[in-house]
Write a protein that binds this ligand. Structure first.
Ligand code: R5P
Length: 277
């Protein structure tokens, strides 16, 4: 049975359909004091809990779903389409936690196995106390792209160049390159343009996540006379005014996946998850 978190209704439904397994109609409840409670239907065999931990509340809900599933099912598999806190994969200053590790350890207690889609770094899987498989779903970002003119697939930093290459390969051709990025704060980045000529070309920017939109909007501003600019990412967090920043920077279209359910979630990661289950 597929057991969805409240944040992952679309991808859970797509998974249930692809696997031909029942989709649980989970009840999400709340006590008068604000504490959450979930209720899952009777199940046996394997339970696949599918929940993007997009907020602190979603983390708690996931632990509750795993605990409920563990009472009824033989095996509990946890799918994290998006793993929150994954970008805190080191202590930036003495005295700070490795938050990704803390979350991974908590999630490990209620499951036999974890799959997570395009974690910030694959090394995050080592933080789990149970086997964890990273799922690369970047290829599906090529699906909404068609008839590109002399396409250039650009990542905003060297760390995301493999994602740009994956999207280029899935599209079927084009050049790849990357910018050099320096992050000054949570919301401020500086980006050095690449050597690639962008004039008159269709440019596809590729990253793992758009959070504040600072990275992508700054990257767009470096482009010289592109024909069109498409922004793609696996995890369209799009916090606060991120979508407006991209619009003001001149983006023609934004495409993300359903790891985080947003208006720009044009493609599903369900087929990539099925391949790794
Ligand atoms: C950083 O390493 C990530 O790959 C993203 O580039 C970054 O997290 C995006 O954040 P924002 O949208 O806030 O610039």
């Amino acid at each position: 049975m597929i057991i969805p978190g409240s944040t992952s209704q679309e991808v859970a439904a797509a998974l249930a359909s692809a696997l031909d397994e029942p989709l649980a109609a989970v009840e999400y409840d709340r006590f008068a004091d604000g504490e959450t409670l979930v209720r899952i239907p009777e199940t046996d065999g394997r339970a696949i809990v599918v929940a993007s931990t997009v907020s602190d509340a979603a983390h708690i809900e996931l632990l509750q779903l795993q605990d409920a599933a563990g009472e009824l099912a033989e095996d509990v598999i946890t799918v994290l389409p998006y793993m929150g806190y994954a970008r805190q994969d080191k202590a930036f200053e003495t005295g700070e936690p490795v938050s990704a590790r803390a979350m991974a350890k908590a999630i490990s207690t209620g499951t036999d196995r974890v799959l997570t889609v395009n974690p910030h770094e694959d090394v995050i899987c080592d933080f789990f106390d149970v086997p964890c498989t990273p799922v690369d779903a970047a290829g599906c970002l090529a699906e909404p792209l068609s008839d590109l003119s002399d396409p250039l697939f650009l990542s905003p930093d060297s760390g995301a160049i493999e994602l740009a290459e994956t999207v280029r390969d899935a599209y079927g051709g084009g050049q790849t390159d990357y910018f050099e990025k320096v992050r000054h704060s949570d919301t401020e980045v500086a980006i050095q343009p690449s050597d690639a000529d962008t004039s008159g070309r269709d440019v596809v920017l590729v990253d793992d996540i758009i959070a504040t939109g600072s990275t992508m909007s700054t990257a767009i501003e470096q482009l010289q006379g592109p024909s069109s600019v498409f922004v793609t990412c696996v995890h369209p967090m799009l916090a606060s005014n991120a979508r407006s920043k991209l619009a003001n920077a001149g983006v023609d279209a934004v495409y993300g996946t359903d790891t985080i359910e947003r208006a720009v979630s044009a493609v599903s990661v369900a087929p990539a998850i099925v391949n790794e289950l």
